[in-house]
Design a binder for this molecule. Sequence first.
Ligand code: F6R
Length: 271
Amino acid sequence: MRVIIEQDSGSVARRAAGFIAALLRSNPSCVLGLATGSSPIGTYQELIRLHRDEGLDFSRATTFNLDEYAGLGPDHPQSYRFFMQRQLFDHVNVTPDHTHVPDGLATDFAVSCAAYEARIRAAGGIDLQLLGIGSDGHIAFNEPGSSLASRTRLKSLVRETIRDNARFFGSEALVPRLAVTMGVGTILDARQCLLVAAGRGKAEAIRGMVEGPITASNTASALQMHPHVCVVLDEDAASMLERREYYRDAERCQLLLEAGERQALGLPVAG
Ligand code: F6R
């Protein structure tokens, strides 16, 4: 797991957007897995800026969102489809038919979830999955206790998530009790995962994810099994990590390697 600690949420957003932009530039037809919630908003704002100022092209990309509230349609202001339109899709040149969000109004969720998995497979799989993390360690809506091999399905939300998300709905009573969500297994199939987190409220979940045991009690900890995960944190979200200094040292080495500064690392230089 590559752990990058940035000073504040603004630099987290710029760093995360930089990874997504690099992928879009090297592979314009890439398949992006996208997230909702407050965590990725800054990243989307930076991607919109890169589209506007530097012509970052989304026209050939395909997107699949992690989840959707069950019972909310695309026009509901708290639905994740609505969120994606407002926060990203309406401001970049993504092709509408290439964007996918699970259907919150399906009459048969087993069928629509299987179809969602099939669409991901038909698109060639997800190249990069953007993730946030819940204060209980969930990724997508894989609440504590979810199978680490789970696939897209209907899932009930735990009370902590309902409480956390009440801020968007105005009251806990209005938060849907069920969501359609990619499973942990679906997320682990992505070729690359990029998780962003900011603020003290995420510090404990982040410690469990990065330094705790792999456990269904913190479904993000399953990312420890994935060979290509990058976690971008602000100081607050990183504040409970015991190996903080090691992650900073490792990142300095990584940046020197990427810059070709092999000598600075005591490595042999060709020619
Ligand atoms: C959203 C999602 C959730 C959120 C998590 C954190 O698509 O999958 O796992 O990433 O609940 O939410 P925020 O970012 O609002 O703190």
